[in-house]
Design a protein around this ligand. Structure first.
Ligand code: ADP
Ligand code: MG
Length: 379
């Protein structure tokens, strides 16, 4: 590609796009590690980069910050080409790849002063500002070696923000943090975006991206297979629903007779437990809220009410005449579109089956990938 495309002025279409990545590819040795990554990041949005370990997230990020050169493709930061003017392009990016580089025997403040010296026009006032942005006022004069991992991460982010970037790039920022630290990091990333900053955050955890991001690019095996709003991408797929009922065998029959409902094995009820859920510190009902549609999490009233009815009924019944008190009770796991749930409910009730709860399970990341890639091959 010719280098004289250097200074393409922002036209109407490019306005508000902080980072534009087009058909990025990287070959290392004889192997294509990245073969087709494209997405745009807009002003003030939290953009997720979701993919399993080894899918190419860090390699892509290393290209975004000019640590390695793309074999093919185009990266533009605020309209400036990374290839032809890396210095100016990089001025708009703050980044932490892997661990932030910090001096542990120095205070947080001294660390920031040290890095500020390397940047033009970054003085004490800006240091104070970034310390406030990451809410580190109380501990900033303590030595870094006394900081928790979460505080080190925040200091790393403060450092990345010193040069007033338009885009902050974080590679798996919640890795290694405890549940409380993860929650704080999420809130804190949202706060930064509220100031107009764009944040690009990679993760291998679907839940995390779902709770934190406006839009997401899904990468698998070095290729971006979908870009869009998180809830839209999830809604493209049918969900796994766990029905807890008083007559599971009969319920299986009823649901099995319905069109477009796929019965699954009971073990699937456990589904996506583990890492994603323990992070919330909540048990089953909490998981239901976590897995609820975006509208519910954002508290839009109409759906919220019905959702709470489901979950509060669940809790009540568990203590009174619920599954615990009913030896016949059990679960039926079925995959179906959300729009079929009312009909399934009606049919179960018509058959005289008592429903204690319906809990949607988020498709696991791998499952979502499978579905997305299958969709591609079917066309
Ligand atoms: N320098 C390298 N040489 C060869 N293979 C590499 C190199 N860097 C990364 N890879 C491979 O590229 C793939 C993507 O790695 P990476 O970008 O680190 O994934 P992620 O960050 O999503 O876990 C992996 O299979 C990894 O082994
Ligand atoms: Mg990585």
């Amino acid at each position: 590609m010719a280098d004289n495309t250097k200074e393409m002025p922002d036209n109407q279409e490019n306005a508000g796009i902080v980072l534009a990545v087009q058909n990025l590819k990287k070959k290392i040795g004889k192997q294509w590690i990245i073969h087709g990554v494209s997405f745009d990041i807009r002003e003030g949005e939290v953009f997720g980069f979701l993919g399993p370990n080894g899918s190419g997230k860090t390699t892509t990020i290393r290209m975004l910050v000019d640590l390695i050169r793309p074999t093919e493709g185009e990266i533009r930061v605020g309209g400036i080409s990374m290839k032809s003017d890396p210095t100016r392009a990089l001025q708009n990016i703050g980044c932490i790849v892997e661990n932030p580089e910090l001096y542990s025997y120095m205070s947080g403040w001294d660390n920031l002063e040290h890095f500020a010296r390397m940047l033009p026009a970054v003085g004490q006032d800006r240091i104070k500002e970034v310390v406030q942005l990451v809410s580190m006022e109380k501990r900033i004069h303590d030595k870094v070696k006394t900081y928790s991992l979460g505080m080190r991460q925040r200091l790393g982010i403060a450092q990345a923000l010193l040069g007033r970037p338009k885009l902050l790039i974080l590679d798996e920022p919640t890795n290694g943090l405890d549940p409380q630290g993860i929650k704080e990091m999420r809130g804190f990333i949202r706060q930064l975006a509220a100031t107009g900053l764009s944040v690009f955050v990679s993760s291998h955890l679907l839940n995390e991206i779902q709770l934190m991001c406006d839009r997401v690019a899904i990468i698998t095996k070095g290729k971006v297979i979908a870009v869009g709003h998180v809830s839209e991408l999830l809604n493209q797929t049918e969900r796994k629903l766990v029905w807890t009922v008083d007559q599971p065998a009969k319920a299986r029959e009823v649901l099995g007779r319905m069109d477009n409902v796929e019965l699954l094995d009971e073990e699937e009820a456990g589904g996506n437990s583990g890492e994603d859920e323990s992070e919330t510190g909540r048990a089953a009902p909490g998981n239901a809220v976590l897995a609820a549609p975006r509208e519910v999490r954002e508290g839009k009233p109409a759906i919220k009410q019905s959702w709470e009815q489901i979950t509060s009924k669940d809790k009540k019944e568990q203590t009174a005449s619920g599954p615990a008190a009913n030896p016949e009770a059990g679960v039926v796991v079925a995959r179906m579109a959300d729009c079929l749930v009312p009909e399934a409910n009606r049919q179960l009730m018509n058959a005289g089956i008592g429903i204690f709860s319906v809990v949607p399970k988020n498709p696991m990341l791998e499952e979502l990938f499978l579905r997305l890639t299958e969709g591609e091959s079917i066309g």
